[in-house]
Write a protein that binds this ligand. Structure first.
Ligand code: ADP
Length: 260
């Protein structure tokens, strides 16, 4: 695989075997370009979360390499935001304090973080909820807080691990649209793990399909490049065709055929 001028990070022949002998990934290659919204789509247990953890530097590959052209990984580590399926908020802290956490861990006092916290809450539409506690919020709002917390470090790269999987469909659709608008505003790169064909086709300009474990990318499908989707796209023939193509590729990958 070749890195291009716009490569943010690329994975070359990455394999990961855990101490218990489970090989989660084998020979995975992926070139993530600046500004991508790339979905990693594959069956449960195929290693999608492991890919995110390796990119974040939370674990190391057993073999292969992860290359950040132009800067060392250490430089980038501080510029990565991570959003998990569970919002993982501190129940005893209000929304503002939850969002402050990554900066607090870097030793930045609340008074210096106040403007940034307000800015991030406003980016996710929660400017009026700074003083609310997690128990007072809906599932969708908790996820918005979790996204605001990830944004507080002004990440170049946002890693999202099935962030909307536990939400009802209406909330999920709304968050999908808001996430695209957010990326449009912030111009960050997003790697998004999902097992939903429809969500990946809606959100991404690239859909990377993984094989069953040990995971590797068996094919990639180009999504729609434009950033504004909305109801018109969701009900369009173009979207229906894209979902069909992605679904077909996923089925093929699950039966062990390499489409490359
Ligand atoms: P996915 O996100 O696609 O569901 P994961 O990356 O979470 O898959 O896991 C891939 C495989 O690796 C699974 O079989 C999982 O049980 C295993 N696994 C993940 N993390 C660990 C770990 N820390 N130790 C041992 N096995 C692990």
């Amino acid at each position: 695989m070749t890195e291009t001028a716009s490569t943010l990070v690329s994975l070359h022949g990455v394999s990961k075997t855990f101490a218990n002998g489970v090989t989660a990934l084998e020979g995975l290659g992926l070139d993530i370009r600046i500004g991508d919204f790339i979905s990693l789509l594959g069956p449960s247990g195929c290693g999608k979360s492991t890919v995110l953890r390796l990119i974040a530097g939370l674990a190391d590959p057993t073999s292969g390499s992860i290359v950040w052209p132009g800067a060392s990984h250490a430089d980038h580590r501080g510029e990565i935001g991570f959003v998990f399926q569970e919002p993982t908020l501190m129940p005893w802290a209000n929304v503002a304090d939850n969002v402050w956490l990554p900066l607090r861990l870097r030793g930045i006092p609340k008074r210096d973080a106040r403007d940034r916290i307000a800015e991030c809450l406003s980016l996710v539409g929660l400017q009026d909820f700074a003083k609310a506690y997690p128990r007072e919020l809906s599932g969708g709002m908790k996820m918005r807080v979790s996204i605001a917390r990830a944004l507080i470090v002004d990440p170049k790269l946002l890693l999202m691990d099935e962030p909307f999987a536990a939400l009802d469909e209406i909330t999920r659709f709304k968050l999908n649209d808001d996430l695209l608008a957010l990326q449009n505003t912030l111009r960050c790169t997003i790697v998004f793990v999902t097992h939903s064909v429809y969500e990946s086709a809606y959100l991404s300009n690239r859909i990377a399909i993984l094989s069953p474990r040990p995971g590797r990318i068996v094919t990639e499908i180009a999504g729609e490049p434009q950033r504004t989707r909305g109801d018109e796209f969701r009900t369009s023939l173009l979207y229906a065709e894209l979902c069909r193509d992605v679904s077909h590729a996923l089925m093929t990958a699950m039966h062990g055929e390499d489409l490359r």
